[in-house]
Design a protein around this ligand. Structure first.
Ligand code: UDP
Ligand code: MG
Length: 317
């Protein structure tokens, strides 16, 4: 019997976790398609400060299908997922959120596609749940931009809800960068992909752990770790400004020769200085983003640290 791992990163999910457990195990026990597999429900606690870990432990005690990883602190969802992929036992891994925004019954469809031979079955949002207008449109614009500059396909409206074949999991494990942008890595790794549509549900309980600032950080991460557009922007700006200044210089030169020059032009001078230093700061900042990344990568620190791991026994007996 093939084994399927459901990987769930959890950060302060004490309210959603019992509901998630009920729903998922309900399907495991009753859904005919699900009964054809051995299941592992791998919960990764990403440094929660509420009762999430206690709940995980009690679930582990009563259900053999549960595994859990407790990280030593909050490492962020990207790293929590990476930890999960490293410990997952299944022949395929389904990644989903703890808040039931990813409806578990869609996994049935994903499994069918997997059986057809697809290696990366991703969930495609047809609605985005409750979200502000701004956030939605910014996100769509962002994906358009990203797609323009990356050579492989970047899929918009695709989150982390997906089924990955063992081959994909192994290749993701090979990508050891510490600043992970998983959405990009999924696209980078290739393999046979297909989408399964689903409606994003509203969160069952608790609240989203992402602040707008964190999302902005993630967006920058995507741009910088998958493209060099920011560097190109810097170069273009540099060329434009130098060209402009050169033309201006010639104008001034001719003007002085023809009409002479009294001491004036103080405002122009100031504008030029301010403008140029702005551009300089911008480009230095962009360079800094890349150098910062080189710095963190060279330290070769692990992406996460595990405090405790307990392995599910299902299907091994
Ligand atoms: N999450 C995590 N670590 C974090 C933040 C979030 O493991 O630092 C988990 C969270 O528990 C949930 C999933 O990532 O299972 C998605 O988080 P959330 O629902 O807050 O994000 P959204 O649905 O708003 O994108
Ligand atoms: Mg959510």
């Amino acid at each position: 019997m093939k084994k399927v791992t459901i990987l769930v990163p959890c950060h302060n999910e004490e309210e959603s976790l019992p509901l998630l457990y009920e729903t998922v195990t309900g399907l495991m026990d009753n859904e005919p398609k699900w009964k054809e597999y051995n299941w592992e429900l791998l919960l990764v606690d990403d440094g929660s400060i509420d009762g999430t870990v206690q709940i995980m432990k009690s679930l582990y005690e009563k259900d053999k299908r549960i595994s859990y990883i407790e990280l030593s602190r909050n490492f962020g969802k990207e790293n929590a997922m990476f930890a999960g992929l490293n410990y997952a036992q299944g022949d395929c891994v389904v990644i989903m959120d703890a808040d039931l925004q990813h409806p578990p019954h869609v996994i049935t469809e994903m499994l069918a596609k997997w059986e057809e031979g697809y290696e990366d079955v991703y969930g495609k949002r047809i609605t985005r749940g409750k979200e502000s207008w701004m956030r939605k449109h910014m996100s769509l614009l962002y994906y358009k931009l990203l797609q323009k500059f990356v050579r492989y396909e970047m899929l918009p409206n695709v989150g982390d809800f997906r089924l990955l074949d063992r081959k994909c999991v192994d290749s993701l494990k090979e990508m050891k960068e510490t600043e992970r942008y998983t959405k990009g890595l999924f696209c980078f790794m290739g393999f046979k992909k297909i989408g399964v549509e689903f409606e994003t549900q509203d969160r069952v309980a608790g609240h989203s752990s992402w602040s707008t600032r964190q999302l902005f950080g993630l967006a920058i991460e995507g741009l910088v770790s998958f493209t060099t557009i920011p560097l190109k922007i810097a170069t273009m700006l540099g060329i434009l400004v130098s060209l402009g200044s050169f033309i201006y210089m010639i104008c001034v030169f001719i003007k002085t020769l023809v009409w002479g020059e009294v001491v004036r032009g103080y405002p122009t001078l100031l504008i030029i200085i301010l403008f140029l230093s702005g551009i300089q700061l911008l480009t230095v900042g962009i360079l800094g983003e890349y150098i910062g990344r080189i710095y963190t990568e060279t330290k070769r620190r692990p992406a996460y640290i595990v405090r405790e791991y307990r392995k599910s026994e299902s299907g091994n007996d």
